[in-house]
Design a protein around this ligand. Structure first.
Ligand SMILES: [Fe+2]
Length: 170
């Protein structure tokens, strides 16, 4: 028996999009923009951690920056994978955050700034995750959220313990 169902072309997709928006879920375009915004931020975070590692050698921040670098790179890879699954081109840009952070000379001050950037990522994730319908993407974003929360707490501790005192983390 020949399959004579109508081709599920754009009208079906548009209907799906419209119902997603109606249900309060983010549309594909909104998800794509969100993932690319995060990708640019995580690239910046990767660069800041990597480029600060030399300055941190022999300090209590060395291990922290190495781990933050590894995590940020991991989230870049996850975001690239999710953008590919969505069929959306990945932004080639690096967030302006990198340049701003690297312009900060003092390592504790730079790490405090990095932590505020990580806090921005946490806020964006908490705000958008309830609108993400796709389970696999939601799981990845939840892992990214928890990893960021853990690294923020760890950096705050390292800043408190660092010479120069507890004011560094605030
Ligand atoms: Fe990050």
């Amino acid at each position: 028996m020949p399959d004579d169902r109508p081709e599920p072309s754009s009208p079906a997709c548009l209907a799906h999009e419209a119902s997603d928006a109606y249900m309060g879920y983010a549309t594909r375009d909104e998800i794509a923009a969100f993932l690319n915004e995060l990708l640019e931020a995580e690239r910046a975070g990767t660069g800041v951690a990597l480029k600060s590692a030399d300055a941190a050698a022999g300090t209590p921040f060395a291990d922290l920056l190495r781990d933050v670098h590894r995590d940020e790179a991991r989230w870049c890879a996850m975001l690239l994978k999710q953008l590919k699954a969505l069929g959306v081109p990945a932004s080639p840009r690096i967030g302006a955050f990198q340049e701003k952070a690297l312009a900060i000379e003092g390592l504790p001050e730079r790490i405090a700034f990095l932590n505020r950037g990580q806090g921005w990522v946490v806020r964006k994730l908490r705000e958008t995750m309830p609108k993400v319908r796709d389970d696999a993407l939601h799981r990845d974003l939840a892992e990214m959220l928890h990893s960021h929360e853990a690294n923020i707490a760890r950096a705050s501790e390292a800043l408190k313990a660092a010479p120069g005192g507890p004011t560094n983390g605030r």
